[in-house]
Design a protein around this ligand. Structure first.
Ligand code: SF4
Length: 211
């Protein structure tokens, strides 16, 4: 299927009319528009972000995919590119950014860290993959993935968007209120809860006095 064209291939439109007429479906038209103008959030976490920045340079030309406009605000972005190590401290901020993005929205886990913790897996401060918190659409392997790998991931995302139907897509489920809302994680015993600092300080002082 040639997705660069809106017309459905099974309709033979006379050659002299092809510049003026297209026969298509609403889904195809909608997906074609969405896939060709995915705006990533200008947001990076660690070393992978450098490769993400490199992918935006003239050499790789993300404008070919309509993805050259990185937005500095989640309100105008529809792609969260998680590029780098996800620390426990950053998770609430990342989820909050995701919740602030308008729908339909997509998440790409770029690199080993965002996909599963990478070399820091099981570290005291690192989350073993952003998919524990957000629905990830595409995983890009590598440490770090090259800009070419990122582009391959973007093409996979486009292929995924091509298959969406606005009738079935979870974004338009009117029966479910806030179907896509992801609760912002509260820093707890496993993470770090700064609200418990006082409690911890008192417990530590008590233990010291006892010892
Ligand atoms: S996957 Fe590798 S390059 Fe990417 S953030 Fe982790 S350590 Fe850095």
């Amino acid at each position: 299927m040639d997705n660069e064209k809106i017309s459905l291939p099974q309709y033979d439109i006379p050659e002299d009319m092809q510049h003026a007429i297209a026969v298509t479906t609403l889904d195809r038209l909608y997906n074609w528009g969405r896939r060709s103008s995915v705006w990533p959030l200008m947001f990076g976490l660690a070393c992978c972000a450098i490769e993400m920045i490199a992918a935006q340079t003239a050499r790789y030309d993300m404008a070919r995919f309509g993805m050259e406009v990185m937005r500095p605000t989640p309100r105008q972005a529809d792609l969260l590119l998680v590029s780098g190590t996800v620390t426990k401290k950053m998770v609430p901020a990342i989820v909050r950014l995701y919740n602030q993005m308008p729908e339909p929205k997509y998440v790409v886990a770029m690199g080993a860290c965002a996909s599963g913790g990478g070399p820091f897996k099981e570290g005291y401060n690192v989350v073993a993959g952003i998919d524990k918190f957000l629905p990830v659409d595409v995983y890009i392997p590598g440490c770090p993935p090259t800009p070419q790998a990122l582009i391959a991931g973007m093409i996979k995302l486009q292929e995924k968007i091509d298959k969406q139907s606005y009738k079935k897509s979870r974004w338009y489920d009117k029966k479910k209120q806030d179907a896509n809302y992801v609760p912002v994680p509260i820093l707890g015993p496993d993470l770090i809860d700064p609200r418990r600092n006082e409690e911890i300080r008192i417990a530590a002082a008590k233990r010291e006095n006892e010892g």
